[in-house]
Design a protein around this ligand. Structure first.
Ligand code: ADP
Length: 292
């Protein structure tokens, strides 16, 4: 099984001709609400696209957003017994404005995600029992650290970029970052230099390279997993799907390079459809691409 400890947000996307400036009022041509948040996307990726049994540890409010998010998670086969419902705090949400020239501006309301603190005995038990635990940085760092300490095998997607506390590093079994995050984490200007620094600090490193695939560094060995050539229409959530499937395949016993191939195939299928969780492929479709 895979336990995902992470965030859940309801995304509201507004289509506009251009991003409004300060003090300006403009009209949107459309509004779409869709389930999101890195943690929820990763949990859906692991279950729907990776075929894993998934437990999700997260926090939501008591609002309509929470109901929509829970329905999406349950529909994807994610176990929601450990999703907290909190009073007096809204569910996490993101207001996304996308302009005709594909610029975006995003305001995130962390809401309940920010108070996912002090993991309970039940939450720690589901972390301890998982073959693989996957976390991201949209929840408090103290909670990431608590999950890392309790996990048998801990995969961290260090996104969005944030400095990692020294005491977290020894608990990282696999670190997954994109090129920006690799540079941010190390302060190196060149991705190659960032990879060299990071691969000395963690036993296994995966750097996602968008259309170019991903780089795996394990035991001093570098492997480039080639990208799958596709026409991308919406890359939202592709990295999350990648991470979820990678965790699912590691839990199933695959080696890291094989798990990365699966994650990459899932990411490539996800970018061909609009949306995040809603765009994620089935495990059978991913298997066909990996094995085909
Ligand atoms: P993030 O969205 O976190 O920045 P990436 O853009 O690196 O992450 O995408 C994650 C993974 O999704 C990639 O490693 C790749 O497997 C897949 N992917 C993303 N964009 C494309 C694309 N344009 N074509 C094919 N695969 C893609």
């Amino acid at each position: 099984t895979v336990t995902v400890v992470g965030s859940a947000n309801l995304d509201t996307t507004l289509r506009v001709a251009r991003i409004p400036g300060p003090g300006e009022t403009i009209l949107a041509s459309g509004i779409v609400r869709s389930p999101g948040g890195k943690g929820a996307n990763q949990a859906v990726g692991a279950a729907r696209s990776g075929g894993a049994e998934v437990a999700f540890v997260a926090a939501l409010g008591h609002d309509g957003e929470a109901d929509l998010l829970l329905a999406s998670l349950t529909g994807a086969g994610v176990g929601t017994d450990h999703v907290r419902r909190l009073d007096g705090v809204p569910s996490g949400s993101a207001l996304i404005t996308v302009s005709d020239d594909a610029e975006n501006s995003i305001v995130v309301v962390p809401g309940a995600n920010a108070v996912l603190l002090d993991l309970t005995d039940g939450e720690l038990a589901v972390v301890r029992s998982a073959a693989v635990v996957l976390a991201c940085l949209e929840i408090p760092m103290a909670t990431v650290l608590a999950a890392a300490r309790a996990a048998r095998r801990f995969v961290l997607n260090a996104a969005p970029s944030a400095p990692l506390p020294d005491e977290l590093w020894p608990h990282l079994d696999v670190l997954v970052v994109n090129e920006h995050e690799a540079r941010d984490l190390t302060g190196e200007a060149q991705v190659d230099d960032a990879v060299a620094v990071l691969s000395r600090r963690v036993p296994a490193l995966v750097v996602t390279l968008g259309a170019a695939g991903a780089l795996v560094v394990e035991d001093g060995l570098r492997t480039h997993v080639r990208g799958n050539p596709v026409t991308a229409v919406d890359t939202t959530g592709a990295g999350d799907c990648f991470c979820g499937v990678l965790a699912a395949r590691l839990a199933a016993g695959d080696d890291l390079v094989t798990a990365t191939r699966w994650g990459g195939a899932a990411g490539a299928l996800a970018v061909q459809r609009p949306g995040a969780a809603d765009a994620m492929p089935t495990t059978a479709d991913v298997a066909t691409l990996v094995e085909g």
